[in-house]
Write a protein that binds this ligand. Structure first.
Ligand code: ADP
Ligand code: ZN
Length: 589
């Protein structure tokens, strides 16, 4: 290797002009033989933190990765850049594995990707004693912790590998790590003394939006019609919901693929492949479609159902916009889902501590959905980070109108109080609306002073207000039973000491972004189509995803700057020496 500095490698191989965030610091730290724990949001550029050290040292870097598809993509990408990378997984024949190991022994591999199961097998551990390993990189390190939802027990076995080679430096990387997850990563990978590198969770290219569910399918359809020619993921809470939504979209002439654990593996893999390969593919999925979506040009993530926690949300929405181009996150939410999820957590078989933890996280996602403040600021605050308002989320662009809800809220709160805080929201709504339900009669709640006091307010509106009060910690819900309780914050409102202003239902926000908005002239439009067509052709010929040929951002810069010679081409994002040699002439043509 003739390249001298990390920066030169970044320029020559990856085609990027400079490091972002703490990449350089981390690389130097690793090159000095230290251990590191890296917490960086998706798209932050974690891979380069171990790929560059791998290229600068003798021997091989072993990368632990949870999924075959992830490894395949990374290796295909690296090979495109002229880097010797290989992977070993169960889909590879014995003979092929032997071939790869021979390459490894001959010192012809810079990065070896492998699953934790294989990395911790006795055979493999013995094998690597015979070669020079310069670094262990543990990708998606949060899989080690049962607090996260990608928990993979075999990740915990990695401690045996680490213990066997304590002198080999290691770097653990993840995009999600709350306090408990971090503790687990440090513990299992023996990283207690390692330096911890954390980056901001701010994603500049994101537009966050939330809408209240009101004929959810129609809302989704409208959204998709406004996002033609874009790739996106639509997350649903269950398999049956995925099937239902996929069918619905297909009936409306929209090409969408389903993905959930109930589908045959071969179908899942096929859908995953097409999703990666195409520019405008829609995946309707449960969270089983998670790890391994290494597609840079996902333009939106649409949560048809409410995510299970603020961390789930951050992780899932984060799958959009890895290429740094504008990406949208939408949650279409309803209160019932929150209550259902509460029940689901309460009835699940886990420790009381974990349940409590999940309920707190669930409440946080409701806070995010129900806020009238800037979404991005609220999200980051919930993740423990202070930031400015974003200026482009739905609330920033179209601030919700507040109305004086004091009288209505007083009626709700005093009803809850008068029934002894022993009833759920359905019952409270019945009383306020003056409905003589069986329960109302049994408990003689039609004799209450608030009975029928809100018969001019729809039950939908009442439920919405109850939800808002819950999100604002004015009432609490006893999770197992759904009983509504008052908190300390309710007292001044009941007594008439403080007012209560709540946001009205927000009217629809027009979607502000269109992917092709940056095409300024007809010439650019034609050029763009041509480049897309060419990219797709090359991708098919080489059997690699489109983005492995050129990323969207590279295309964007090509059209914008219209390089005329090889030197100018090298200035374009994502074009290094290898890509220049491979495609330079064709691109210039
Ligand atoms: P993560 O694993 O943190 O989600 P990746 O390593 O996949 O992120 O990087 C996300 C994208 O950013 C990739 O397309 C990557 O090539 C690109 N990238 C990484 N580092 C840089 C950099 N210094 N300058 C420009 N782009 C970068
Ligand atoms: Zn905002």
């Amino acid at each position: 290797m003739n390249d001298k500095t990390p920066l030169e490698i970044l320029n020559n191989y990856f085609g990027y002009k400079g490091f972002q965030g703490k990449q350089e610091q981390i690389i130097k730290h690793i090159l000095s033989g230290n251990n590191a724990l890296v917490l960086m949001p998706t798209g932050g550029g974690k891979s380069i933190c171990y790929q560059i050290p791998a290229l600068m040292q003798g021997g091989v870097t072993i990368v632990i990765s949870p999924l075959i598809s992830l490894m395949q993509d990374q290796v295909a990408n690296l090979k495109q850049l002229g880097i010797n990378a290989e992977y070993i997984a169960s889909n590879i024949s014995y003979a092929e594995i032997n071939n790869k190991l021979n390459l490894l022994t001959a010192n012809a591999v810079k990065l070896l990707y492998i699953t934790p199961e294989r990395a911790t097998s006795r055979i493999f551990i013995n094998y690597i004693k015979s070669i020079k390993v310069n670094l262990f990189a543990i990708d998606e390190a949060h899989c080690i912790s049962h607090w996260g939802y990608d928990f993979r027990p075999d990740y915990q076995q990695l401690k045996f590998l680490i213990n066997e080679f304590p002198q080999i430096p290691r770097i653990a990387l993840t995009a999600t790590a709350d306090h408990y997850t971090k503790v687990d990563i440090k513990h299992f990978l023996n990283l207690t003394d390692a330096d911890f590198f954390t980056s901001s969770f701010l994603r500049e290219n994101f537009i966050y939006r939330v809408s209240e569910k009101n004929n959810g399918k129609q809302q989704l359809l409208e959204f998709i019609k406004q996002h033609k020619h874009q790739s996106g993921i639509i997350y649903c809470k269950s398999r049956s919901r995925v099937d239902e939504i996929t069918t619905f979209l297909q009936q409306n002439a929209i090409n969408a693929m389903p993905y959930h654990a109930g589908l045959e593996l071969s179908i899942r893999e096929q859908h995953h492949r097409s999703f990666l390969q195409l520019n405008n593919s829609l995946m309707v999925a449960t969270i089983a479609f998670g790890l391994g979506i290494d597609k840079p040009d996902v333009r939106f993530v649409y949560h048809f159902d409410m995510p299970r926690s603020i961390d789930h949300f951050y992780q899932e929405a984060g799958r959009a916009g890895r290429d740094g181009m504008v990406a949208e996150s939408v949650i279409n939410f309803g209160f019932k889902e929150v209550l259902d999820t509460c029940q689901f957590i309460m009835q699940s078989e886990q420790s009381e501590l974990k349940k409590k933890y999940e309920l707190v996280k669930l409440k946080q996602i409701l806070t995010y959905c129900d806020t009238e403040q800037c979404r991005r600021q609220t999200l980051l605050e919930l993740l423990g980070e202070a930031s400015e308002v974003c200026g482009k989320c739905d609330n920033c662009l179209n601030p919700p109108v507040l109305y004086d809800a004091t009288a209505l809220v007083q009626k709700i709160l005093s009803t809850i109080y008068h029934v002894g805080q022993k009833f759920n929201s359905g019952h409270i709504v019945d009383i306020l609306r003056g409905k003589l339900s069986l329960n109302v009669q049994i408990w003689e709640h039609h004799k209450l002073s608030t009975f029928g006091l809100c018969n001019d307010v729809s039950s939908k509106e009442l439920r919405r207000t109850i939800r808002q009060l819950f999100a604002r910690n004015i009432i609490n819900i006893e999770y197992a039973s759904g009983k509504l309780k008052l908190t300390d914050k309710a007292i001044p409102i009941i007594r008439g000491i403080s007012d209560m202003f709540l946001p009205q239902l927000n009217k629809k926000v027009k979607f502000v972004y269109d992917r092709e908005i940056w095409l300024r002239t007809e010439f650019e439009e034609r050029l763009y189509r041509k480049v897309l067509f060419w990219r797709h052709k090359i991708a098919i010929i080489n059997n690699i995803p489109n983005y492995a040929v050129l990323s969207d951002k590279t295309i964007y810069e090509l059209i914008k700057y219209k390089p005329l010679n090889q030197d100018e081409l090298l200035d374009i994002y994502g074009i290094g020496k290898v890509k220049l040699k491979k495609y330079g002439t064709e691109i210039l043509e």
